[in-house]
Design a protein around this ligand. Structure first.
Ligand code: ADP
Ligand code: MG
Length: 692
């Protein structure tokens, strides 16, 4: 019996439960034992029943008296059960347990049963009520030491598999293991005790201290696995042979000279770093990280010119058609005077236009070119010339796999890769998610940037907002109206957009409004954008399609409806569309009446700061890293136990350890390091580390 033993070989698990386990992705004993508890209840000794409500959840044990089911308004079925403290007397407090439409509870509860409940107490009239509490029936004979009389784990459960069942399975699983079957993988310096013991204690801790120690062990192991992979990926990248793709820089100088402004110090520094990478004989793998409006595009274009000058082509990939076309227009304007050809390539356009139309003399030009397109560029069969540099704009819509695919393309040794993102990533995350990339940061905004004033207002203030918008339009400014995307259905979304649009047209008459959402066909989208860019329309009513990258300096006002439905980071991205020219920007965040206190409070962060990093930290704290990690596609499985934010210190420790180990033993050949190989290979054992 070891951690790789399939669940199907564990004959002490009934077949039905095995199937339920498989439904939640547990197919080996190791997976079962890393199905960590979501919380713990102290059932060593139960508290007396409280006599008032409180904010923290309580865990109590009592005896069920009276169970009553009633029909209430709206046809709902309400189940009330009285819970009495054991050995209670007439005056001791009783609790009311209450459920709506919970037939399964009806089947399970009966008078006289001893149960453990967990939930938040609320006053309702003269009663103390626990609404929809979690509960578990205690059987006196089977149980002490596993289900009660101890700090008891509560595992994530699923249909047909209650926390109690999971607890039993995990208990039996642990009994079946010998310490030899669970070799310790953490280096001695970090491990305080064997891994087998950590696994036992994380599920069935003998004390809170033992639990903390076990958790530390397992989190460190998880992080070490992650960091070993990240660090080795980075080292391998550094040692790989790659072409040099860097010209002398004359073209780039000419580009810079033609601009009506000087580059910021941060831009120049980033270009310098990129240039050094491109000139070196190994592939560049660099992340250009800069807040919205920091001028990443010009840095990219400079790098592209370096490649062109060295006789290679360069490609820029944008996440959307609109952005691709915007970059294309801008590049044409800037590059035609330099005699560099630019081609636009997007999936849709080509389909409709037949053979690709080449622009700006590109057709006449042999050799190096600049290509701008969407992801479709990735699937271009050798159509990008001798690709020396690939730039990926707005990385958070672009995964590791796609990056890898790019690297396989192009010139013999693979192109240099530059990834650009505006997603403000806190340091702990950068280390994890982008740990295999070198990072350049644009930490300086161009000097002429107008400040953006942000206000959070209830929807009732709409009329005042309209007056303000009209005032700004009267001064020649342009306006974005944004409302939340309805994710479930593009159709619905489009419909809502159309409704909104009609309303805004009336509100802002006679100014010209146009509509932009995901369902608008690409040609039409581009036409709408072109008219807005040219100032022929003054108002753009849009979904979040305008979230990334759109650049219209005269559009300085943004109104966001139902702002509470957006995440902070997303609102920050949206807001980045304004305040790009020299005029002051205004962002109005309207909240629906339904929005509650916390939602409004959350939005205040945006009114208080324009610093993307502060906003990202706040966002991370409010929502957890799930989103960021998910969309950033680190390539690693989600962490099972560790918390990137809360365990930042352990992550740093794991990082240093990974670097120490790999720098002295890159192949993990030493006997004491062999056990770590599983982390790199992603073998079954690595599942334990969360990096399968
Ligand atoms: P982002 O980093 O959000 O992609 P962009 O590259 O779109 O930002 O740049 C935003 C705007 O700032 C563009 O209109 C660009 O021309 C302008 N810009 C870029 N660099 C500078 C600079 N050094 N000084 C002034 N304006 C700049
Ligand atoms: Mg951009």
């Amino acid at each position: 019996m070891n951690l790789d033993t399939p669940v199907t070989d564990l004959d002490w698990i009934p077949a039905a439960r095995r199937r339920a386990l498989e439904r939640i992705g547990i197919s080996t004993l190791g997976a079962l034992l890393t199905h960590y508890p979501r919380r713990y209840e102290d059932r060593t000794r139960f508290e007396r029943f409280p006599s008032s409500e409180g904010t923290a959840p309580v865990c109590l044990c009592g005896v069920v008296r009276k169970v009553q089911v009633r029909r209430v308004r709206g046809g709902q079925k309400m189940l009330d059960a009285v819970l009495e403290e054991e050995g209670a007397h007439a005056l001791s407090p009783r609790l009311l347990l209450r459920w709506f439409n919970a037939h399964w509870v009806e089947r399970m509860l009966a008078e006289g049963l001893r149960i453990v409940v967990y939930g938040r107490l609320k006053c309702s009239g003269t009663n103390l009520v626990l609404a929809h509490p979690e509960f578990e029936v205690l059987d006196e004979d089977a149980g002490p030491g596993v289900h009660h009389g101890r700090i008891t784990p509560v595992h994530p459960a699923t249909e047909g598999l209650t926390p109690k069942m999971v607890r039993s399975l995990v208990w039996d699983g642990l009994q079946s293991l010998t310490p030899e079957a669970v070799p310790t993988r953490l280096p001695d310096a970090l491990a305080e005790g064997p891994r087998c013991e950590a696994l036992r204690q994380i599920h069935f801790p003998e004390s809170w201290e033992a639990l903390a120690k076990a958790r530390r062990h397992l989190v460190l192991e998880e992080f070490l696995g992650l960091q070993l992979r990240v660090v080795s990926r980075r080292e391998n990248g550094r040692q790989e042979a790659g072409g040099r793709h860097c010209g002398p820089g004359e073209l780039m100088e000419r580009l810079h000279g033609s601009l009506p402004f000087a580059l910021t110090g941060a831009q120049l520094r980033a270009i310098g770093e990129i240039r050094a990478d491109m000139a070196a004989p190994h592939p560049m793998n660099r992340l250009l990280h800069g807040d919205v409006g920091s001028g990443k595009t010009l840095v990219a274009l400079s790098a592209m010119l370096l490649a062109v000058e060295a006789g290679f082509s360069a490609a820029l990939m944008a996440p959307t058609q609109i952005l691709a076309e915007q970059h294309y227009l801008q590049f044409r304007r800037l590059l035609e005077p330099l005699g560099v050809g630019v081609a636009l390539r997007t999936g849709t356009r080509r389909e409709e236009a037949g053979p690709l139309p080449l622009f700006g003399g590109a057709a006449a030009m042999e050799g190096p070119q600049i290509y701008v397109g969407t992801h479709a560029l990735l699937y271009e069969p050798a159509g990008l010339g001798r690709l020396g540099l690939a730039v990926i704009d707005e990385q958070h819509k672009f995964g590791v796999l796609q990056r890898a695919r790019l690297r396989e393309q192009g010139s013999e040794a693979g192109p240099d890769v530059l990834v650009m993102t505006a997603t403000p990533i806190p340091r702990t995350l950068t280390m994890t998610v982008y740990g295999d990339l070198e990072v350049s940061v644009l930490d300086e905004l161009p000097a002429n940037r107008g400040r953006v004033v942000t206000g959070v207002r209830p929807a009732a203030k709409l009329p005042e907002a309209v007056v303000f918008l009209r005032e700004q339009l009267g001064q020649g400014r342009q306006v974005y109206i944004v409302y939340p995307l309805v994710e479930e259905s593009e159709k619905l979304e489009a419909k809502a957009a159309v409704g909104e649009f009609e309303r805004w047209k009336k509100l802002l008459d006679p100014w010209k409004c146009e509509l932009l959402h995901g369902r608008v066909v690409p040609e039409e989208k581009e036409a709408v954008m072109a008219r807005f860019r040219a100032g022929q329309t003054q108002v753009l009513v849009a979904t979040t399609v305008i979230e990334v990258g759109i650049d219209v300096p005269n559009a300085t006002v943004m109104l966001v409806e139902n702002a509470e439905r957006f995440g902070l980071a997303q609102l920050h991205q949206l807001r980045g569309r304004i305040g790009r020219g020299s005029h002051k920007g205004y962002c109005v965040l309207l909240c629906s009446e339904k929005a509650d206190g916390p939602a409004l409070e959350k939005l205040q962060v945006l009114a208080q700061t324009q610093n993307g990093f502060e906003i990202a930290e706040a966002d991370l704290r409010l929502r957890g890293p799930g989103d960021l990690l998910g969309t950033a596609q680190s390539g690693a499985a989600p962490l099972k136990l560790g918390c990137i934010l809360g365990d930042a210190e352990l992550m740093g420790l794991a990082r240093r350890e990974a670097q120490r180990i790999l720098s002295s033993d890159p192949g993990l050949d030493r006997p004491e390091n062999r056990g770590l190989r599983g982390f790199l290979e992603g073998s079954g054992e690595a599942v334990l580390a969360g990096v399968s």
